[in-house]
Design a protein around this ligand. Structure first.
Ligand code: PIR
Ligand code: CA
Length: 311
């Protein structure tokens, strides 16, 4: 049985690749795509989600827009990585399909409440605002969701400050709500995603796939790689968000340990830091886990296979 997921995202180059990986993987049943302000303003990332969904032929998958700003803090985007459009690089046609009229949090609630308990997995790859809103608006979803597998955070590693990762520091209160709820949560943070690098070898492999989707991914990686080189000094860019999707496809790809997890909300130097207690054994009843590594070559094989199955 394919795993049913809702992808809550802010496309974003790597979010776009996460959508394509989910769309092209038989192990995944993509039930909905929801969007949140993050890499760029909500209207931009929503347009990007629609455009990628059209590319992938996801005509029957509902797409809903959610929060346009974080719960508490001022909104901040990442144009130095993703450009002014949020998805600079490829020239995608203006999308023609319509959004679901519901707020993302409402769509998530409706889908979870209408599903078999324990059957839906939430995969957030942007700031956690929509997921926190959904949990507050309808607390019964917390017991009904199978698992939350989010891309964000890191154990002792940051990319937006010395100690914090963008998705978490963009809305730390939302992240604290999500990791503090009793549902199973797996953090796919920078420890793992900084191993999923799109170097020249990977680029060559993906280019050889030959589908329109693979060509768009190549154009995405061209811009994203250049941005990562000039703003963060990476020779090969880490492709974060599809790693969270890949964990749902194949749970043996990531090295995951169970550990208490919380988000720093008061630190002067550590706002948005994810604090995992890696002392062993994890206390009885710990519901949070953190990914520490990924088998990169098998991860890229999944991306390659998915792109080959798409238009
Ligand atoms: C933000 C991102 C990527 C790179 C930087 N430097 C900043 C976005 C990605 O979409 C991913 O979800 C997460 N946020 C990685 O921090
Ligand atoms: Ca993202």
């Amino acid at each position: 049985m394919p795993r049913r997921i809702i992808l809550d995202c802010d496309p974003g180059h790597d979010d776009a690749i996460a959508i394509l990986l989910a769309a092209g993987s038989p192990e995944i049943d993509l039930v909905a795509i929801t969007t949140v302000s993050g890499n760029q303003a909500l209207a931009k990332v929503t347009r990007n989600a629609l455009a990628i969904a059209e590319l992938a032929g996801l005509d029957a998958v509902p797409i809903a827009a959610g929060a346009g700003r974080p719960l508490v803090r001022a909104v901040e985007y990442a144009p130095q990585i993703h450009g002014e459009s949020g998805l600079d690089g490829p020239d995608l046609p203006e999308p023609t399909r319509l959004l679901d009229v519901r707020h993302a949090a409402r769509l998530i609630i409706d889908l979870v409440m209408d599903s078999e308990p324990g059957s839906l997995t939430l995969v957030p790859t942007g700031p956690l605002t929509n997921i926190a809103l959904a949990a507050r608006l309808e607390p019964r979803i917390v017991d009904r969701v199978r698992e939350v597998v989010f891309m964000g955070g890191g154990v002792h590693v940051g990319n937006w400050s010395a100690t914090a990762e963008f998705n978490i520091v963009a809305d730390p209160e939302a992240a604290a709500i999500v990791v503090g709820e009793s549902w199973p949560v797996t953090m796919v943070g920078l420890d793992a995603t900084h191993q999923a690098l799109a170097g020249p070898d990977v680029r060559t492999r993906l280019r050889a796939v030959g589908t329109a989707s693979a060509r768009v991914v190549d154009e995405l990686l061209e811009f994203y790689g250049g941005a990562y080189l000039s703003s963060q000094g990476f020779d090969a860019p880490p492709v974060h968000d599809p790693v969270a999707v890949a964990h749902v496809i194949d749970p043996t790809l990531l090295t995951v340990v169970r550990a208490p997890l919380d988000v720093e909300l008061r630190g002067a130097l550590t706002l948005g830091m994810t604090v995992a207690d890696l002392r062993s054994p994890a206390p009885e009843g710990t519901t949070t886990s953190v990914a520490l590594a990924v088998d990169a070559s098998r991860f890229w094989s999944h991306v390659e296979d998915a792109l080959a199955r798409l238009p």
